[in-house]
Design a protein around this ligand. Sequence first.
Ligand SMILES: [Zn+2]
Length: 406
Amino acid sequence: MRPLTASAPTMKRLNLAAILSVIRQAGPLPRTEIAERTGLTKATVTNLVGNLIAEGLVMEELPGRSTGGRRPVPVALNPRSRFVIGVDVGIHEVRVGATDLNAAPIVRQVFPLKRLTSPDQFLAILGDGVDTVLQHMLSVEGMTLDQWLGVGIGMHGIVDAEAGTAIFAPNFGLHNIPIRETLQERFKAPVFVDNDVRAMAAGERWFGSPGAGSDFLFVNVGLGVGAAVVVRGETLTGASGSAGEIGHTVVEPNGRPCACGKKGCLETVASGPSIARRGVEAVRGGIPSLIPEVAGGDLDSVTAYTIYQAASAGDSLARSLFNAAGTHLGNTIGQLVNALDPDAVIIGGGVSGAGIYFWHPLVQRVRQVAVETAGAHLRVMPSTVSDATLIGAATMVLHSLFSPKF
Ligand SMILES: [Zn+2]
């Protein structure tokens, strides 16, 4: 949001960002239209577009058709003029990729995470991964350090985005990992850190379904269950950094123990590993099912995808597991819809690919629970961003260019 008073250099940077942002979203555009869309004068736009051309960020295209008089020259974003690095910190691996200004991937590499014993060990793997991709961009892609805008990190668990610290990474059993401080010290470049689901929501807003609007819930259902709450384009972090932890709302009082220490959390019903675990337990308990056959007789190898294959083959146990996951998730989402009244609910993560067995009960339950006013305009839709955490993490860096905060 533009401050009411700002120094001249700050105003100039805000105006440059406003012009860049309009060109990114709607370009190529002639200068007259950029002036109309930004509310800046034609003279200011001409002057600042000149700056952006000199910096290589935008370029002039061939003139369009004229309706008489001089033909307007469209100005377009030059996506390869800069690059960003995005990082998806998973449970078993770190995925590092570089993208251009449209978040189009240029290179991606995966670095396995062995058993972690200390924050320093994790930070070394993370830093080395970023360095490997950075060196590739410099030596193979021919980019320069000046063209690097920084690195964004999407990290699972509880993250203090302002401090750039992972407060608690339950899957690593690590606390207080100073990610930004360490990487900034090593690379002398801007570093942005946020929770992985909030990163996904950032990517979805800029590069996903155009129907998301500025008020939406992004729900990730994969190895865990989490949400990001976007209100007027801003993602809520909460007082302690844990806003959106819907995976740990209790849906079965006195239910199964959860990794968080409580019992009966949504995650114990709806996450991919929970769906697989429940399927295996039911089979071992004697319930007839196609799951063992689909798994080739090896119940230890069963994943949520195995359960999905069994559901597709008509297995009623497998279908009931997705039905329970979708229903419980829909119930929690419906309550959130009543509290927040968003335009849309966007669902990503591996389990969201489970088709009608998951989607039908989910959408039905959201509609049942949501009040009529909030439900009437609500859209529930799948995420369209692939490699969502990495692209979302890259988007956090792109924000610093297109919509900087002062
Ligand atoms: Zn829990």
